[in-house]
Design a protein around this ligand. Structure first.
Ligand SMILES: [Zn+2]
Length: 292
């Protein structure tokens, strides 16, 4: 059985083909056509799928399923994209358009953070856990929750939006239209407000520059507050951190673990680790939708 996963982002679309043993047979990244050119998106995705097939020496007819990850919220039936700001999609009937483009395949949609959680649970940092969190720290803050050994997408299918938990009363504006969300303090938006990209700022802090050390310490204070709230709610075994900011690695994770320990009173703390699949997690998780 062959399956394709496509991970649509605001800048790039990453795609990959997996075989029945979940080996990656082909992968490719193409440019997202832009929020104003959504009319050509189904064609771009088809070209990408055909290219993956060519790389793997297969024909599209033998691909059984195509999973598509989207950075936004889906309706409970996972047919329409209710909101994906980065892609310019509002109440967008993506499933129907893709089913027309790929009539021979089972097509399914998934939120990109859920896709990453699924992939990390099956093949990466969350492997084998019954309760775990995958949190991506990038342009936004995405969250995926493994509960009882399975992906949990909310009680009514509306999603698990850890990035939009409230962190600061009447705080900074968030992309969702509310204020004070985790995303407004734990994404790159926090660092950009200080006039610098996250990893640049972290490098300066690492070199001992005083102002940057304070800025990074404050970031860790916010992030550990957010994680501590999630921990007392869920008592997870493991929290995997992905996304661009997580590339700072142990320089952030070490102090983060200490802060989280201080802010929770459980005797056993969850493991806090870097995610393992990097930017492949999105397309791998989307491809896993076709498993059964
Ligand atoms: Zn928000």
């Amino acid at each position: 059985m062959l399956r394709i996963g496509l991970d649509i982002g605001g800048t790039f679309i990453k795609g990959g083909m997996l075989d029945h043993e979940l080996h990656i047979l082909a992968e490719k990244t193409v440019a997202f056509p832009g929020a104003k050119r959504l009319d050509i998106l189904p064609g771009v995705l088809e070209d990408l799928a055909v290219n993956l097939c060519r790389q793997a020496g297969k024909s599209l007819e033998v691909v059984q399923s195509i999973g598509v990850g989207v950075p936004g919220s889906l309706d409970p039936a996972s047919e329409r994209v209710l909101n994906a700001h980065n892609l310019g999609m509002t109440d967008y009937p993506l499933l129907a358009l893709l089913q027309d483009q790929f009539p021979l395949q089972q097509v399914r949609l998934i939120n990109d953070a859920n896709a990453a959680a699924l992939a990390e649970h099956r093949l990466g940092a969350l492997r084998g856990c019954r309760t775990g969190l995958m949190i991506t720290l990038g342009t936004g803050v995405g969250g995926g929750l493994i509960l009882g050994g399975e992906l949990f997408n909310g009680g009514m299918g509306q999603g698990v939006e850890l990035g939009h938990m409230r962190l600061v009363h009447q705080g900074e504006d968030c992309t969702c239209g509310n204020r004070g969300c985790v995303e407004a303090y734990c994404s790159s938006a926090y660092f950009l407000r200080t006039g610098m990209e996250p990893l640049e700022r972290v490098e300066l802090a690492r070199s001992g520059e005083p102002e940057s050390m304070v800025i990074v310490d404050r970031y860790l204070d916010y992030l550990s507050d957010a994680l501590a709230s999630m921990i007392v709610l869920l008592d997870p075994e493991i929290i995997a951190l992905g996304g661009g900011i997580s590339k700072a690695g142990e320089f952030l994770f070490g102090p983060l673990r200490q802060l989280v320990d201080q802010k929770t009173f459980f005797r056993i703390s969850p493991r806090i680790e870097g995610a393992l699949l990097g930017n492949k997690a999105g397309f791998i998780g989307a491809a896993l939708l076709g498993r059964d």
